[in-house]
Design a binder for this molecule. Structure first.
Ligand SMILES: [Zn+2]
Length: 256
C-alpha cells in the first residue's frame, strides 16, 4: 500500500472498531501511544497521560460488560450514534498524526466517522440476526479488537522489509575471469634443472601461479620467462599437477 492509502486505511480500521465498541477506539489509541520515560522532562501527549489511559481502559471494560446485556439501547439512535462518530473521527485524526505526517485531517476524520457509521449498522444487524445474544456479542468483541489493533500497529506504516542483501560469496580469481574480467593470473611451470625449458622434453617440477605476464610466482619463486604458461583457470585441474601449495594458498587468499 502506498503512503496515501495507509492513513486512510488506518482511519477506516479505527473507525470500524469504534463503530462496534465506541470506547475501544479511544482505549486502543491511548494504549498504543509512546511512553514518556520518567527521567524525561517532556510532557506526555494527551492520550499518553496515565489518567487518560486509565479512563479509556475503564470505559472500554464497562462497555464490554454492558454490551452483553440484552437491554442495552440501540447504537443507532441519535444519542448512541453521534458520540460514536465523533470518537471515531477523533481517533482517526490522532492516529494519522501519530503515524502519517502528511495525512489530511478532514479526510481522515470523515473516513473514520463514515467507517464507524457503517460498522455500527453492520454490528446492529449482526446482533439482531443472531439469537445467541452473548455469543454474537463475543464474536463482535473479537472482530472489534482485531480492527483496533490493526489500526494502531506501527507495522501498517513500516515499509515492507527489503530483500535480504545478497551474501558475499567467495569467488576465485579464475571465476572472476569467467565473468568477463581481464585475465589476472596465469599458471607457469617450474622445470626440473636437468631438463630446462629450452630442452626438447622439459620436465615440469611444479606449477606456480603468477599474476599475468609476471615471472615471479605468488610464493616468491622466480620462474623462467620462457616457461610454459596456462590460463589461471587451469588451477585445480590435473593439467597443472603438482601445483605449488604456497601459490595455491596465496591464490585463494587473493580471491577473497
Ligand atoms: Zn609457487
Amino acid at each position: 500500500m502506498n503512503a496515501t492509502g495507509r492513513p486512510l486505511l488506518r482511519a477506516g480500521l479505527i473507525g470500524a472498531a469504534t463503530g462496534m465498541r465506541s470506547q475501544w477506539g479511544p482505549a486502543a489509541v491511548a494504549w498504543s501511544g509512546g511512553r514518556v520515560p520518567a527521567s524525561s522532562s517532556a510532557q506526555p501527549g494527551f492520550w499518553d497521560r496515565p489518567w487518560v489511559r486509565g479512563a479509556t481502559l475503564a470505559a472500554a471494560t464497562a462497555e464490554f460488560v454492558a454490551d452483553k446485556s440484552s437491554r442495552i439501547p440501540s447504537r443507532l439512535t441519535f444519542a448512541g450514534l453521534t458520540p460514536r462518530l465523533a470518537l471515531a473521527a477523533a481517533c482517526a485524526v490522532v492516529l494519522a498524526r501519530r503515524h502519517h505526517v502528511s495525512a489530511r485531517t478532514a479526510v481522515t476524520a470523515a473516513i473514520g466517522a463514515s467507517s464507524a457509521c457503517a460498522s455500527a449498522v453492520a454490528g446492529t444487524r449482526w446482533r439482531r440476526a443472531n439469537r445467541n445474544h452473548v455469543g454474537a456479542a463475543a464474536a463482535e468483541d473479537v472482530f472489534a479488537a482485531v480492527l483496533a489493533w490493526s489500526a494502531c500497529t506501527p507495522r501498517l506504516t513500516r515499509p515492507a522489509p527489503s530483500q535480504p542483501s545478497q551474501r558475499r560469496t567467495r569467488r576465485l580469481p579464475a571465476e572472476r575471469e569467467a565473468k568477463g574480467r581481464p585475465m589476472e593470473y596465469e599458471v607457469r611451470a617450474e622445470y626440473a634443472e636437468v631438463a630446462p625449458a629450452q630442452s626438447d622434453h622439459p620436465r615440469v617440477e611444479t606449477w606456480h601461479m603468477t599474476k599475468a605476464d609476471e615471472t615471479e610466482a605468488l610464493c616468491g619463486q622466480s620462474l623462467d620467462p620462457a616457461a610454459k604458461t596456462l590460463p589461471g583457470t587451469a588451477w585445480g585441474t590435473s593439467e597443472v599437477d603438482p601445483f605449488c601449495r604456497v601459490c595455491g594458498a596465496q591464490y585463494l587468499r587473493q580471491g577473497v
